[in-house]
Design a protein around this ligand. Structure first.
Ligand SMILES: Cc1cc2nc3c(=O)[nH]c(=O)nc-3n(C[C@H](O)[C@H](O)[C@H](O)COP(=O)(O)OP(=O)(O)OC[C@H]3O[C@@H](n4cnc5c(N)ncnc54)[C@H](O)[C@@H]3O)c2cc1C
Ligand code: HEM
Length: 503
């Protein structure tokens, strides 16, 4: 397209990350009769769709290496976005950006379970770079129209690059803003290199399961700039655009490098066959799967799961045991009302069904370098990774005090209490205390976070928290409130960089 010099290294030098045929074949699994059908694939919902094109395509800021824009396709034409009306014919090469991929370093709602995502305090504390200042100015400008900007971004992406549509789920309402918000927030925190690198490397590796390839990055960058140009016209100029190009180049290069390095050692995803499906309560099932090749992970981590019934819809589930000699993996799944993936796994999945797993993730893992005790709080199915941690401590052989508080609404909901009590009998260093929030007084009753405080003190313990977002939040607050340093409280959340950055 030529208006913007190529973003170095985002071209075609890496070999394809994922066999798209396999992806498409999997993705085309027809809905099971009787299963609610996913919403039709919208390029942009008509009510939100930006106006029809008003300017020649050539005037759209184009991300380097993005190739020629695709022609609009008939089915998306009605919701076609308006091309940005303020032409931005020039942007700037990112100085100092790597010249090629080879030349660079190769290297619960979901809201919250356990601290995979970084906090960006260091970036906030330090003086912002000129690029960060310009980027923040753009962000402030688009904040009031963030929804429209997101819609426009996706409309542009799917209009210009219809081949990318099949990478995304049919219905994108639930999570569609995550990619766009993460992009914006990563750019905004472009100064915080270490944190960004850690977060984006993880994200880049995780993107292999979507079928994302290096050549897709310029397309996304081009549409990001197109959306910003349109919705931040008052602040947009060549200098601002150059700052965004530099930031996006850095962001995408980290993700591309991490994905390329990961290709050397790992598949983009694993197929796994359901080998047992055990219903524990009306809405909770324990599912065990056999991956098609060895699946390396650590106790306390989680993975992403796609079912054949909801192609390209991925959700996170924690491993319910430490790695086992037979290589099988277990998950505790609770079907949430109207939940797509959880309901399918609890109510439809049967032995013989094949699901897909993304790479392992999460930092709620045992620190074997300390003798501190482990204070473990598991709410609902959050007991699954806690059980894995207990098994890990047992396997490691060092006797450390492990205090588990297992919380649920009622005694009936403590579906895995027998297993936990059996573990307690086997290990003298383990104590398991059931806690119910509603129910007859007698045992431990009340919110998990309050009960735990009553049972302290906890100064010689590290905390491990897993469960619903509200439980994690109140427990973190309670433990910090009694003086436990934040770095000794572990929990994973996929609440994104966005949330970590306080947005
Ligand atoms: C790190 C991590 C680990 C996780 N581990 C597990 C696990 O081991 N076991 C497990 O069962 N889940 C786990 N989850 C939650 C899981 O990822 C899904 O969010 C959950 O299964 C719902 O997905 P769904 O597709 O069924 O529902 P969706 O289709 O995403 O949601 C459908 C509707 O249900 C609502 N909803 C979503 N979640 C809940 C909820 N928990 N309670 C009430 N309403 C809800 C949504 O707001 C929406 O309105 C984990 C989440 C994270 C972030
Ligand atoms: C360049 C910076 C990018 C950033 C910061 C980014 C960020 C994200 C984030 C945070 C998510 C949410 C789910 C997850 O954590 O995996 C996501 C999902 C996704 N991204 Fe990206 N992404 C980027 C580039 C791309 C590119 C180039 C593609 C290829 C077209 C792509 C395709 C997808 C797809 C298909 C999903 C799943 C969407 C869904 O589940 O609804 N992303 N991205």
């Amino acid at each position: 397209m030529g208006h913007i010099p190529p973003v170095p290294g985002v071209g075609a030098t890496s070999r394809p990350a994922a066999p798209t045929e396999a992806s498409a074949a999997w993705g085309q699994t027809p809905p099971v009769p009787g299963t609610p059908t996913p919403h039709p694939a919208p390029a942009a919902r008509p009510s939100e769709a930006p106006n029809p094109p008003t300017a020649p395509r050539d005037h759209v800021p184009t991300m380097p290496g993005g190739g020629a824009p695709s022609q609009p396709v008939t089915e998306t034409r009605s919701s076609a976005p308006a091309e940005p009306t303020s032409p931005r014919p020039h942007a700037h090469q990112a100085p100092g950006a790597p010249a090629s991929r080879e030349g660079s370093a190769a290297q619960r709602t979901d809201a919250a379970r356990s601290s995979a995502e970084p906090t960006l305090t260091s970036a906030r504390a330090a003086a912002a770079s000129p690029d960060a200042v310009l980027i923040r100015r753009t962000m402030d400008a688009i904040e009031p129209v963030a929804d429209k900007t997101t819609s426009y971004f996706y409309a542009l992406l799917f209009l210009r690059h219809p081949e990318l549509r099949e990478l995304f789920p049919a219905a994108m309402d639930a999570q569609r803003d995550r990619l766009f918000k993460a992009l914006l927030t990563a750019a905004k925190h472009v100064d915080d290199t270490d944190t960004l690198t850690e977060y984006l490397s993880h994200l880049g590796r995780g993107h292999r399961k979507y079928g994302t390839r290096p050549e897709h990055y310029p397309a996304v960058g081009e549409c990001l700039l197109g959306a910003l140009t349109r919705y931040a016209p008052d602040v947009w100029n060549e200098e601002v655009e150059a700052a965004w190009v530099r930031a996006y180049t850095a962001i995408s290069q980290i993700m591309i490098d991490a994905a390329a390095a990961d290709e050397l050692t790992s598949p983009p995803w694993w197929h796994a066959e359901v080998v047992s499906h055990e219903r524990r309560t009306q809405d909770i099932a324990v599912i065990t799967v056999r991956p098609d090749q060895p699946y390396p992970f650590l106790a306390g981590q989680y993975t992403s799961v796609e079912t054949p019934w909801w192609p390209r819809v991925w959700r996170h589930y924690s491993f319910a045991s430490a790695p086992r000699p037979d290589g099988l993996l277990s998950f505790h799944i609770k079907a949430v009302p109207a939940g797509w993936v959880s309901s399918a796994l609890v109510n439809r999945a049967r032995p013989g069904d094949v699901i897909r797993l993304g790479p392992p993730a999460g930092s709620m893992i045992v620190d074997h370098g300390t003798d501190n005790g482990l204070l473990c709080l598991g709410g609902g199915t959050g007991i699954a990774p806690i059980k894995a941690l207990v098994e890990d401590v047992a396997k490691h052989g060092r006797r450390r005090s492990v205090e588990v508080f297992y919380g649920a609404r009622s005694g009936h909901d403590l579906y895995d209490l027998d297993t936990m009590l059996r573990l307690q009998q086997e290990h003298s260093w383990l104590s398991v205390r059931p806690v119910v929030s509603e129910g007859p007084a007698g045992g431990l009753t009340g919110p998990l976070s309050e009960v735990v405080l009553r049972c302290g003190p906890w100064h010689s313990y590290d905390a491990y928290l897993s469960g619903p977002a509200g439980m994690i939040r109140s427990s973190v607050d309670a433990l910090v409130g009694i003086g436990m340093p934040a770095h000794r409280i572990r929990h994973d959340s996929v609440a994104e960089l966005v949330a970590a950055a306080g947005h």
